[in-house]
Write a protein that binds this ligand. Structure first.
Ligand code: DUC
Ligand code: ZN
Ligand code: ZN
Length: 472
């Protein structure tokens, strides 16, 4: 038998441990992990001496080609997913946001076929309802969407002005239905009434600059919505996923819910782990406007501790690649600046450099929060998220010693600035394989638009339970 690829002499890191071994890959799958044998008959030998072998990253939170707050992202699915691959991510879960008056299923089909033609890596979407004019229709559609292979929904508890905000009754009913269908419901948790009224008040007072963005959404705005979502989920039996959690108060609520045995999971993002609200004093502060806003050092410390301890299960990028020109176009008041920060490429390097290198998380935890937990929670395990025979050969060969200064010029995403400009990181992906094909090597992209396929997802109680053993 001649294998396609052997990755030799690397240190394989999994969610549970690490060991030196050779990895055999054939027809897109991992077919063997061997301690001693070096397969002679093999089309390609890759020497991974002194490198870490990680399961390809799974980014649970991207917004490619997003149409939001009067602007459409110019970065294409292909550009965005190529950028993801350079950063060691081989699967993304994007958001299909319903167009009012149209079934969500239609948006999902359109988005999936667009991504199918363009994506460099495998992908899925979360379904987001925004049209609540016929609640019965939503509940019917949820089954159709889950049957299609989209086992997760995300609802916005804010963005009333954009017409996206869900009320508690609809959220409660979606949670009830999700419990019945074995789906998971994500929430963007911010109290809409307070957050948006606060914005209006500040603007009326002439406080329109970006430094008022965090003022309009203090920590309790997020915490209150998290608390409410947890109570609703608890009373429906649904799994709940708090996306882009940014506050120490939110963390405490999730931690308490988990201690009570509730299936409540949290995601945070690299920007909430690295940047503070002092950033909003910069001259280019509008480029950092995202929701929830950047917080304080005490939140950053709490989030890292929550990640290490297991109360936060996943890190997604919340990648939104508006250009500085698009941000500027709407900069008369901070309330109109399209929200979002681009970070799909930086996610894994930042987690390694700021997390593992600085002693905040272990290498195993890095694998769990960047890949394995997402595959288990979102229903793509063991196809994705693990280095094991039979799994897709989505592999990152990671050089722990590479030093790199992050910069918009060296990233591959479709925007002109980076919030991490000038940040020195230690450790970077050097080779990335997607389904057994080398797509990144020597700083070159070797894949093609459309290499990625839609992943049908189905949640498994068993898999969710196994990652909960890792998260305490
Ligand atoms: N938050 C952002 O910062 N951008 C897009 C949507 C969101 O919830
Ligand atoms: Zn959000
Ligand atoms: Zn988002």
């Amino acid at each position: 038998m001649t294998l396609d690829i052997m990755i030799e002499n690397g240190i394989i890191v999994t969610a549970n441990g690490m060991f030196k071994a050779n990895l055999a890959i054939d027809e897109g799958k991992i077919v063997g992990i061997t301690k001693n044998t070096v397969f002679e008959k093999c089309d390609l030998h890759i020497d991974a001496k002194r490198k870490l072998i990680l399961p390809g990253g799974i980014d649970t939170h991207t917004h490619f080609e997003f149409d939001f707050m009067g602007e459409k992202i110019r970065e294409t699915w292909h550009q965005g997913t190529t950028s993801a691959a350079f950063g060691g991510t081989t699967t993304v879960v994007d958001f299909s946001v319903q167009k009012k008056g149209r079934p969500l299923m239609k948006t999902i089909e359109t988005d999936v076929s667009r991504a199918d033609a363009l994506s460099a890596i495998d992908f899925s979407v979360h379904g987001c309802f925004t049209d609540f004019s016929n609640p019965e229709k939503i509940l019917k559609e949820m089954k159709q969407i889950v049957d299609f292979g989209v086992a997760s929904f995300k609802e916005f508890m804010i963005y009333k002005k954009q017409g996206w905000c869900i009320d508690d009754w609809n959220l409660y009913n979606i949670l009830l239905k999700a419990a019945e269908l074995n789906a998971i419901v994500g929430v963007h948790a911010e109290n809409a009434s307070i957050g948006e009224s606060y914005m209006d008040k500040l603007v009326e007072e002439g406080k329109t600059s970006a430094k008022y963005h965090p003022v309009s959404k203090p920590n309790f705005v997020e915490a209150e919505a998290i608390q409410r979502a947890i109570i609703l989920a608890e009373n429906t039996g649904s799994k709940l996923y708090i996306v882009h959690m940014s506050t120490k108060e939110g963390l405490e609520l999730v931690c308490n819910a988990r201690k009570r045995g509730l299936p409540v999971y949290a995601e945070t993002c690299p920007h909430y782990l690295t940047l503070t609200d002092e950033t909003y004093a910069r001259t280019d502060a509008i480029n950092y406007i995202c929701s929830p806003p950047l917080r304080k050092n005490e939140d950053i410390d709490a989030l890292w501790k929550g990640l290490a301890a297991g109360s936060i299960s996943i890190v997604g990028s919340d990648h939104v690649a508006f250009t500085s020109e698009q941000k500027k176009e709407h900069s008369k008041a901070f309330t109109d600046v399209p929200n979002g920060i681009a970070g799909v490429e930086a996610r894994l390097p930042i987690l390694y450099s700021e997390g593992v290198r600085k002693g905040r998380i272990s290498l195993q935890r890095l694998v769990q929060i960047s890949s394995t937990n997402a595959s288990k929670l979102l229903g793509i395990y063991p196809k994705k998220g693990v280095i094991a025979p039979g799994s897709d050969a989505d592999i990152v060969i990671f050089d722990p010693d590479t030093r790199k200064t992050l910069s918009a010029d060296s990233f591959h995403m479709g925007t002109d600035y980076s919030i991490y400009e000038g940040l020195e990181v230690r450790g970077y992906p050097v080779v990335v394989l997607s389904k057994g094909k080398v797509i990144i090597e020597d700083g070159q992209y070797l894949g093609e638009a459309g290499d990625g396929s839609f992943l049908q997802r189905k949640l498994s109680e068993e898999e969710v339970a196994t990652f909960e053993e890792l998260d305490v």
